[in-house]
Design a protein around this ligand. Structure first.
Ligand code: IPM
Ligand code: MG
Length: 364
């Protein structure tokens, strides 16, 4: 089959990790007889530098007209000026919003051979396997008012955590649907003891749950959730939360998998369903790690696993997705590690070598 894909490498380590993900994708194409037609676009800091805006119109246009988008990472100290009108992250947020990608799926899995690369006790992390569903186009990131201003008494700043019941219902539904296909347990994360928006969230979650009598719904306060993720991560199977809570909790959860460099993500405009191809944007959950950029150090696995998600959800290629995931596991089993997951007695490799090893396994 033929697929039209857009690649937005972005900033920092973005170009290096997307190169390796593309290498693996090409290996999939060769092995399974698919044609992945790639178009490259500018987004983030590099787009500010070259085109004067973090999300150039042609990037948005090509992203609207493709089967899926692969994104590296955006941001860096060069564009960190607090007075800047446009930041690399703005491009990314605008892209998510304009493409309607409200459902961000972040699977967290502790691979058996990485148990000792985590900072937690083996018995705590062994077998961890859950999916975090993060709402991606609402909440504090987008709510208005959102500004800083001067008053006679000093400066003020405000962001607004705003959600409509429709926005809550559609993301909670994604959680329920995923839970249905897994162990039928959904944890909805909120701060309903303090926030009005969370009280609405909880109410709507309960309403939506009426349509899913087969799924057990548990409400958990976000602070307690942060604690439980470390105390007993195996408690979780599917979680759903608003945007900011999900951002924070998934960085925390990455430590269960050994490194931020291990977690992929899919941003979708609806519920993923078996046998239905859905448009999506795929990116690692980590940032652009400017200090690691250009050093052939960064772990490309999160991006490569994002390719697997792309194959599964946007290309309808489950077998190929599995082949990528198996290739990652095999290379790790053979003892190859990037610096972030390095452990005694293992073989340290760089970004490129890791990509080559995984692509080699895919080819078989
Ligand atoms: C993420 C990142 C982004 C976010 C940043 C880079 C805007 O942290 O995808 O988790 O906060 O959504
Ligand atoms: Mg984040």
């Amino acid at each position: 089959m033929k697929f039209n894909l857009v690649v937005l490498p972005g900033d920092g380590i973005g170009p290096e990790i997307t190169d390796e993900a593309v290498r693996v994708l090409q290996a999939v194409g060769e092995k399974f007889g698919h044609n992945f037609d790639l178009r490259y676009g500018l987004m983030g800091g590099v787009a500010i530098d070259e085109r004067g805006t973090s999300l150039p119109p042609e990037t948005l246009k090509m992203s609207r007209n493709c089967d899926a988008v692969l994104l590296g990472a955006v941001g860096g100290p060069k564009w960190d000026d607090p007075q800047a009108k446009d930041r690399p992250e703005d491009g990314m947020l605008a892209l998510r919003k304009k493409l309607g990608l409200f459902a961000n799926l972040r699977p967290v899995k502790t691979l058996p051979m990485l148990v000792n690369s985590t900072n937690l006790k083996p018995e705590v992390v062994e077998g961890v396997d859950f999916v975090f569903v993060r709402e991606l186009t609402g909440g504090l990131y987008f709510g208005r008012p959102k500004k800083r201003w001067q008053t006679p008494k000093g400066r003020l700043g405000v962001d607004t955590m705003l959600y409509s019941e429709q926005e809550i219902a559609r993301i909670v539904r994604v959680g329920f649907e995923l839970a249905r296909g897994r162990s039928k347990k959904l944890v909805s994360v909120d701060k309903a003891n303090v926030l009005e928006v969370s009280r609405l969230w909880r109410q709507v979650a309960i309403e939506v749950s009426q349509n899913y009598p087969d799924v057990e719904l548990e409400h958990m306060l976000v602070d307690a959730c942060a604690m439980r993720l470390i105390q007993n991560p195996k408690h979780f199977d599917v979680l759903v939360s608003e945007n900011t809570f999900g951002d924070i909790l998934t960085d925390e959860a990455s430590m269960l998998a050994g490194s931020l460099g291990m977690l992929p993500s899919a941003s979708l405009a609806g519920v993923p369903q078996e046998g239905v191809r859905i448009f999506g944007l795929y990116e690692p959950i980590h940032g652009s790690a400017p200090r690691r950029a250009g050093l052939n150090m960064a772990n490309p696995i999160a991006t490569i696993l994002s390719i697997a998600m792309m194959l599964r959800y946007s290309c309808g290629l489950a077998k190929e997705a599995q082949a990528v995931e198996t290739a990652v596991t095999e290379v790790l089993e053979e003892g190859y590690r990037t610096y972030d997951i390095m452990d005694e007695g293992k073989t340290k490799v760089g970004t490129k070598e890791m990509g080559q090893l995984i692509a080699g396994k895919v080819r078989g």
